[in-house]
Ligand binder design. Sequence first.
Ligand code: ADP
Length: 617
Amino acid sequence: MRALLRKMLNRAGDFIDFRVPADGPPPDRFGRFLAWALRGGWPVIWIGITISILSGATEVLSIYLLGAIVDAVDTTEANFLADHAGIIILSVVVLLIVRPLLFGGLAITQSVMIAPNIFSQVLARLFRWTLGQSVTFFDNDFAGRIAQKQVQASTSLTEIVVETVNAITFGLATVLGTAFLLGSISPWMLLVFAGWFASYLGFLAVMLPRIRRRAAARAEAKAMVSGQVVDTISNVKTVKLFAQAQHEDDKALGAMGDLRERALEFGEVQTLFRFGLIFIAGVLPIALVTMAVALRSSGISPGDVAATGAVAIRLAQMTGWISFTLMGIYSHVGEVQDGINTLAPPDRIYDKDQAHALVVPAAAIRFDDVAFSYGRQSGGIDRVSLDIPAGQKLALVGASGAGKSTLVSLLLRIYDPERGKICIDGQDIAEVTQESLRAQIGMVTQDTAMFNRTAFDNIRYGRPDASLDEVIEAAKKAEAHEFIVGLEDHKGRKGYDAYLGERGVKLSGGQRQRIALARVILKDAPILVLDEATSALDSEVEAAIQDTLGRMMDGKTVIAIAHRLSTIAQLDRIVVLNDGRIIEDGSHRALSGMNGAYARFWDRQSGGFLATAEAAE
Ligand code: ADP
């Protein structure tokens, strides 16, 4: 029985496919965003709405039946059961069969068909869209905040749909059913009910915006408090070093005091709202029953009075529930809009319509009069032309801010140049797909974060179809195999199955680096970009990695942002950048002999570059 039920629920859950991609980019207006996010999900929503309307109608139907039975009792002379079998059987059928089926169906549509599918669908669409945003988009925001907005917007949108189907449609069906029931008793009753309903809506229209304003102010104050606390805690060393605990405490208390004020203001309006609601709810039974009694002389039956009273009390009870649901929907709309504001504005690099896949038979790279300054007046790189023949190993050298990373980012097409073009084997990289471009470039950076996945998966990221043997071979080449075999995470998973990353095994900088190298070795791309950045590995690890790097570079075109002599010594050519321009270009021997910027730069940086250079030779 349970297996059958499980099977039925699974079937119902598969009614729509949440993986169906969205149609174009997410619109920035709420209504259109809703259509974008829900496209494909409407069948289950409509089923939900229909069942909800029918369920709402049975609320009133039950009450109508109650009235009919009261009248039946009133008018019965001989045998109650025999005289009124029809109405009695109907009541039993409605209460014991129709209603359970409808409300069960409502639960299925809501929690099996709608909620899980709509949530996954919206989140999948937002996630896909966001992944395509440019690196700049992520640079300008905290990763955590972006992820939170995606989940928040999807959760809120799902809530809006579920609550609209569950409460709002249900409520409206009940209200319409009540109007119908009362209208059938007397037009006066309908009039009283319409007047009451109008004032209820008026009350909501006045109160909801106020509640929302104050809720927003409270949320803002809350964010300030957590911002303040997080800021202090994450800088706790500085706080202690400067003995500023008192100052931080004052600041936090200030923010908390403000939050308390806003919370009180919210509480105030919330109290008024509840008071008003219960008052208005109380008016309905009094008004309707008074009216019914007043109309008694004009032929209203005791059953009508009973039904009127029952429906009035049922609606009065519902007002609270519906009002708070509306309040919830109202704030969910705000949260979805907030998500839209952060996530929807496009900030991305598009592939051209006719973009083809990059083909790299040789891997010659050419920068042709390339300029890029991050949309500003200065910074970045300024009209750089650079021809890198296939197989050449080139070092980019220069002070911090000289433009080395910018040059590399342009090659990876993380940005599009503002001027000039970059070609690989004669193909302009702006004309090829970004995926095919990045597939041909292996990048080794100093600080590589690990995914919270197994060591095996982390390495295989370089080539998702690689076998375990290939992964192990790459790890061996990267000098990583030995320590991986000895890994064990806190759940006892060992070796290549151990989890890495934030919640897995904590690796040292050198170990992370070697995993990253293995990943790139596995990728085996014809172009290699090394970014030494400013890291400091211990010298033993560095020596091991240098050997690996040397082997990795074999037969590839290499661009290395290099600081270390040990790296530079392995390379064919050195390009010195200064303020975004190339100022020197030649072999290590030629440039150090020139006594120009390269020689001076190293002299300063390493406290006697030439001496070190000589020692290395
Ligand atoms: P390097 O890698 O040589 O240290 P960069 O390429 O990072 O130099 O920076 C070159 C110049 O571009 C610097 O003047 C820097 O201020 C500017 N720059 C770098 N990144 C950005 C950015 N994301 N937005 C604006 N300007 C930037």
